[in-house]
Design a protein around this ligand. Structure first.
Ligand code: DSN
Length: 416
């Protein structure tokens, strides 16, 4: 980054410091990852210079001789990888992608039925403070109070009563598999569209370790930067007959020009994801998460739903006598990066909730395996027990940095 260093040493310094932090810390936020150098190169390419409002062959600006084939190639890769009839690769990120789906398929004031935010759903699934909960009515479903899993009979009953126009299956903090076939049946029974938001699990779907929502869903949205290990962006996959409505909702409905550098980087990530190595990576994410959940359970932690089927683990800290925020802050000081998270039926507010959320996609990208999970769990436990002890946090941070040296993260230029 020589030019950056010469032009703007302040920004250069912050990026370099962040790179060192990413290299030397255990990144356990389940929505984060380390992209490859190839993805970074495409993201940082000259494609950022070009405007391309419209779609391949139907643009509002000239000079699309390279952009049209690029966008078509990436959309074809998306369709092939997920088995979709239509793909739109222009959404800027996950929330705009979901907004575009509602804008395409619902009239204002119609009803969205998604997983409630404190039970693991996403803001953009109709939650009140999101535009999706302001412009449309919302009838959220939750998880079962005992099992902390989705009760499909309860979802069916709610759908029959509420008659939503769209049912959303997807989550940011649900550690169990989604039964997409069941959601599809319920949606068809009540005459609703079925949207599967697979932002968190797209890489697991590609790897075959989570069932695919296709062909049960009418529309599938995903971000591209979580388990899929691409740049910050999103895609909408849908039935062929809905393609035109979805495309119109993205542009001109909600967005201007697509971010072509991101589109290219999504293409690179899709190519990487179509390899046997990526399938092995997806399997390892889940094995690591299961092993880490088992280690935390063995240390007496209240792992929500008793374990995990995917890449994430939700832990209720109430029985440890501290809030999720306090635990997450102590871990951060020790070089272990997680986020505080609500747990189902949380009596606390989202900014200072009862739980923490951990995930294994990023550490798995470093080649960290099941054999290392006892050590990671022991560090987490030690720091949480010493949440008020900076000396313990500093010592663990040094140990974590040393450990990370043995597992270089993909994409980082810096070798520590
Ligand atoms: N912010 C994402 C996550 O962390 O799960 C969801 O949008």
């Amino acid at each position: 980054m020589d030019a950056l260093l010469r032009t703007d040493p302040e920004i250069h310094g912050l990026i370099e410091a962040e790179e060192r932090f990413q290299a030397e810390s255990l990144r356990l936020i389940p929505s984060e990852n380390y992209v490859s150098r190839a993805v970074l190169e495409a993201t940082g390419s000259i494609l950022t210079n070009k405007y391309s409002e419209g779609y391949p062959g139907r643009r509002y600006y000239e000079g699309q001789r390279n952009i049209d084939p690029l966008e078509s190639l990436v959309a074809e890769r998306a369709k092939a990888l997920f088995g979709a009839e239509h793909a739109n690769v222009q959404p800027y990120s996950g929330s705009p992608a979901n907004l575009a789906v509602y804008f395409a398929l619902l009239k204002p004031g119609e009803k969205i039925m998604g997983l409630s935010l404190p039970h693991g759903g996403h803001l953009s699934h109709g939650w009140g403070v999101s535009a999706t909960g302001v412009l449309w009515q919302s009838a959220p479903y939750g998880v079962d109070p005992v099992t902390k899993r989705i009760d499909y009979d309860a979802v069916r009953e709610l759908a029959r009563r509420e008659r939503p126009q769209i049912i959303v299956a997807g989550a940011t903090a649900y550690p169990r598999l989604f039964d997409f076939a069941a959601f599809g049946e319920i949606a068809r029974e009540v005459g609703a569209y079925f949207l599967a938001d697979i932002a968190h699990i797209a890489g697991l779907v590609v790897a075959g370790v989570h069932p695919s929502p296709l062909p049960h869903a009418d529309v599938v949205t995903t971000t591209t930067h979580k388990t899929l290990r691409g740049p910050r962006g999103a895609m909408i996959l849908c039935r062929g007959d809905l393609g035109e409505r979805i495309d119109k909702a993205v542009f001109p409905g909600l967005q201007g020009g697509p971010h072509n550098h991101t589109t290219a980087a999504i293409g690179v990530a899709l190519r990487e994801a179509a390899t046997p190595e990526f399938a092995a990576y997806g399997r390892q994410i889940v094995e690591n998460a299961r092993a880490l959940a088992g280690e935390m359970l063995a240390r007496g932690y209240d792992v929500v739903s008793g374990g995990t089927d995917n890449h994430l683990i939700l832990i209720d800290m109430t029985n440890r006598g501290l809030t999720g925020k306090k635990a997450a802050r102590a871990l951060d000081r020790a070089g272990i990066v997680v986020n505080a998270n609500t747990v189902p039926f949380d009596p606390r507010k989202p900014f200072s909730p009862s739980g923490i959320r951990l995930g294994t996609p990023a550490i798995t990208s470093r080649g960290i395996g099941v054999g290392e999970m006892p050590r990671i769990a022991a560090w987490i436990d030690e720091v949480i027990r010493a949440a008020d002890d900076p000396a313990v946090q500093q010592r663990v941070a040094a140990e974590v940095a040393e450990f990370c040296r043995a597992f270089p993260a993909p994409g980082l230029a810096l070798r520590v």
